[in-house]
Design a protein around this ligand. Structure first.
Ligand code: HEC
Length: 141
Protein backbone atom coordinates (compact mmCIF):
# COMPACT_ATOMS: atom_id res chain seq x y z
CA UNK A 1 0.00 0.00 0.00
CA UNK A 2 2.67 2.40 1.08
CA UNK A 3 4.70 1.79 -2.10
CA UNK A 4 1.76 2.35 -4.38
CA UNK A 5 1.01 5.58 -2.58
CA UNK A 6 4.65 6.66 -2.86
CA UNK A 7 4.67 6.00 -6.59
CA UNK A 8 1.49 7.97 -7.00
CA UNK A 9 3.04 10.93 -5.28
CA UNK A 10 6.21 10.68 -7.34
CA UNK A 11 4.13 10.50 -10.49
CA UNK A 12 2.24 13.58 -9.49
CA UNK A 13 5.45 15.43 -8.76
CA UNK A 14 6.86 14.41 -12.14
CA UNK A 15 3.76 15.55 -13.96
CA UNK A 16 3.87 18.81 -12.05
CA UNK A 17 7.51 19.40 -13.02
CA UNK A 18 6.83 18.43 -16.62
CA UNK A 19 3.84 20.75 -16.72
CA UNK A 20 5.87 23.57 -15.27
CA UNK A 21 8.70 22.97 -17.74
CA UNK A 22 6.31 22.90 -20.70
CA UNK A 23 4.70 26.01 -19.43
CA UNK A 24 8.00 27.81 -19.24
CA UNK A 25 9.07 26.33 -22.56
CA UNK A 26 12.23 24.87 -21.07
CA UNK A 27 11.45 21.14 -21.10
CA UNK A 28 14.57 20.33 -23.09
CA UNK A 29 16.86 22.48 -20.98
CA UNK A 30 15.49 21.00 -17.77
CA UNK A 31 15.92 17.44 -18.99
CA UNK A 32 19.52 18.18 -19.98
CA UNK A 33 20.23 19.51 -16.50
CA UNK A 34 18.74 16.52 -14.71
CA UNK A 35 20.05 13.67 -16.87
CA UNK A 36 23.66 12.52 -16.45
CA UNK A 37 25.80 13.12 -19.53
CA UNK A 38 26.29 9.41 -20.26
CA UNK A 39 22.56 8.82 -20.66
CA UNK A 40 22.68 11.12 -23.66
CA UNK A 41 25.76 9.61 -25.28
CA UNK A 42 25.20 9.47 -29.01
CA UNK A 43 27.50 7.25 -31.06
CA UNK A 44 26.54 9.03 -34.28
CA UNK A 45 27.55 12.40 -32.88
CA UNK A 46 30.65 10.64 -31.54
CA UNK A 47 31.61 9.54 -35.06
CA UNK A 48 31.62 13.20 -36.09
CA UNK A 49 33.81 14.08 -33.09
CA UNK A 50 36.15 11.27 -34.13
CA UNK A 51 36.44 12.65 -37.68
CA UNK A 52 37.29 16.10 -36.40
CA UNK A 53 39.66 15.20 -33.56
CA UNK A 54 41.10 11.73 -34.03
CA UNK A 55 40.83 10.49 -37.63
CA UNK A 56 43.87 12.38 -38.88
CA UNK A 57 45.99 9.97 -36.81
CA UNK A 58 43.83 6.89 -36.14
CA UNK A 59 42.06 4.45 -38.44
CA UNK A 60 39.08 2.46 -37.19
CA UNK A 61 40.01 -0.39 -39.56
CA UNK A 62 41.91 -3.26 -38.07
CA UNK A 63 45.54 -3.39 -39.13
CA UNK A 64 45.63 0.14 -40.56
CA UNK A 65 48.29 2.30 -38.95
CA UNK A 66 48.29 6.04 -39.55
CA UNK A 67 50.36 8.19 -37.15
CA UNK A 68 48.73 6.30 -34.30
CA UNK A 69 47.56 2.69 -33.90
CA UNK A 70 44.20 1.46 -35.24
CA UNK A 71 41.42 1.91 -32.70
CA UNK A 72 39.46 -1.10 -33.97
CA UNK A 73 38.54 -3.42 -31.09
CA UNK A 74 39.74 -0.83 -28.56
CA UNK A 75 37.32 -1.75 -25.77
CA UNK A 76 38.74 -4.38 -23.44
CA UNK A 77 42.19 -4.17 -25.00
CA UNK A 78 45.32 -3.49 -22.98
CA UNK A 79 47.12 -0.25 -23.84
CA UNK A 80 50.02 -0.63 -26.23
CA UNK A 81 49.12 -3.99 -27.74
CA UNK A 82 48.39 -3.37 -31.44
CA UNK A 83 50.81 -5.63 -33.28
CA UNK A 84 53.40 -3.87 -35.42
CA UNK A 85 52.72 -0.41 -34.01
CA UNK A 86 55.92 1.18 -32.63
CA UNK A 87 54.53 2.48 -29.34
CA UNK A 88 56.58 4.52 -26.95
CA UNK A 89 57.36 2.52 -23.78
CA UNK A 90 55.00 4.80 -21.80
CA UNK A 91 51.83 3.34 -23.29
CA UNK A 92 52.36 -0.31 -22.35
CA UNK A 93 53.87 0.69 -19.00
CA UNK A 94 50.62 2.47 -18.12
CA UNK A 95 48.95 -0.97 -17.74
CA UNK A 96 45.65 0.66 -18.72
CA UNK A 97 42.79 -1.51 -20.03
CA UNK A 98 40.66 0.59 -22.39
CA UNK A 99 37.02 0.98 -21.39
CA UNK A 100 34.56 3.83 -20.84
CA UNK A 101 36.17 5.11 -17.62
CA UNK A 102 39.81 4.82 -18.66
CA UNK A 103 39.06 6.44 -22.03
CA UNK A 104 37.19 9.30 -20.41
CA UNK A 105 40.17 10.12 -18.18
CA UNK A 106 42.64 9.66 -21.02
CA UNK A 107 40.79 11.71 -23.64
CA UNK A 108 40.27 14.55 -21.15
CA UNK A 109 44.05 14.86 -20.62
CA UNK A 110 46.11 12.45 -22.72
CA UNK A 111 49.59 13.61 -21.71
CA UNK A 112 48.73 13.82 -18.01
CA UNK A 113 47.16 10.35 -18.03
CA UNK A 114 50.10 8.67 -19.78
CA UNK A 115 53.25 10.64 -19.11
CA UNK A 116 55.64 10.34 -22.02
CA UNK A 117 53.00 9.41 -24.63
CA UNK A 118 53.93 10.74 -28.07
CA UNK A 119 50.29 11.44 -29.03
CA UNK A 120 50.21 15.23 -29.43
CA UNK A 121 46.40 15.67 -29.49
CA UNK A 122 45.28 18.00 -26.70
CA UNK A 123 42.32 15.70 -26.04
CA UNK A 124 38.76 16.93 -25.51
CA UNK A 125 37.74 19.10 -22.58
CA UNK A 126 33.97 18.87 -23.19
CA UNK A 127 32.51 15.94 -21.19
CA UNK A 128 29.46 15.52 -23.45
CA UNK A 129 31.66 15.33 -26.56
CA UNK A 130 33.83 12.76 -24.79
CA UNK A 131 30.88 10.55 -23.89
CA UNK A 132 29.56 10.69 -27.47
CA UNK A 133 33.02 9.83 -28.78
CA UNK A 134 33.38 6.95 -26.30
CA UNK A 135 29.95 5.58 -27.30
CA UNK A 136 31.26 5.57 -30.87
CA UNK A 137 34.59 3.94 -29.92
CA UNK A 138 32.62 1.19 -28.16
CA UNK A 139 31.04 0.23 -31.50
CA UNK A 140 34.42 -0.42 -33.17
CA UNK A 141 34.91 -4.16 -33.44
C1 HEC B 1 48.38 13.94 -33.93
C2 HEC B 1 48.06 12.53 -33.99
C3 HEC B 1 47.02 11.98 -33.03
C4 HEC B 1 45.75 12.47 -32.77
C5 HEC B 1 45.08 13.70 -33.35
C6 HEC B 1 45.15 11.53 -31.86
N1 HEC B 1 46.03 10.52 -31.55
FE1 HEC B 1 45.71 8.97 -30.30
N2 HEC B 1 47.60 8.31 -30.56
C7 HEC B 1 48.53 8.88 -31.42
C8 HEC B 1 49.81 8.19 -31.28
C9 HEC B 1 51.09 8.51 -32.05
C10 HEC B 1 49.62 7.18 -30.32
C11 HEC B 1 50.67 6.23 -29.78
C12 HEC B 1 51.48 7.03 -28.76
C13 HEC B 1 52.73 6.36 -28.16
O1 HEC B 1 53.10 5.26 -28.58
O2 HEC B 1 53.30 6.98 -27.24
C14 HEC B 1 48.21 7.28 -29.90
C15 HEC B 1 47.61 6.42 -28.97
C16 HEC B 1 46.27 6.43 -28.66
C17 HEC B 1 45.62 5.48 -27.81
C18 HEC B 1 46.25 4.25 -27.18
C19 HEC B 1 45.97 3.08 -28.13
C20 HEC B 1 46.47 1.71 -27.70
O3 HEC B 1 46.52 0.85 -28.58
O4 HEC B 1 46.78 1.51 -26.52
C21 HEC B 1 44.30 5.82 -27.76
C22 HEC B 1 43.20 5.12 -26.98
C23 HEC B 1 44.15 7.01 -28.55
N3 HEC B 1 45.36 7.36 -29.09
C24 HEC B 1 42.94 7.66 -28.74
C25 HEC B 1 42.80 8.85 -29.43
C26 HEC B 1 41.57 9.56 -29.56
C27 HEC B 1 40.23 9.10 -28.97
C28 HEC B 1 41.81 10.68 -30.28
C29 HEC B 1 40.86 11.80 -30.63
C30 HEC B 1 40.33 12.54 -29.50
C31 HEC B 1 43.23 10.67 -30.62
N4 HEC B 1 43.79 9.55 -30.08
C32 HEC B 1 43.87 11.64 -31.35
C33 HEC B 1 48.31 9.96 -32.25
C34 HEC B 1 47.18 10.76 -32.24
Amino acid sequence: MRNAKGRGKAGQACRAVAGLARHAGVAVGLAALIAPAAAWADAKAGAAVFSRKCAECHSVRRGVIVTGPSLAGLFGRKAGTVKDFPYSPAVGASAIVWGADTLDTFIARPQKTIRGITMTSPGIADAAQRSDLIAYLATLK
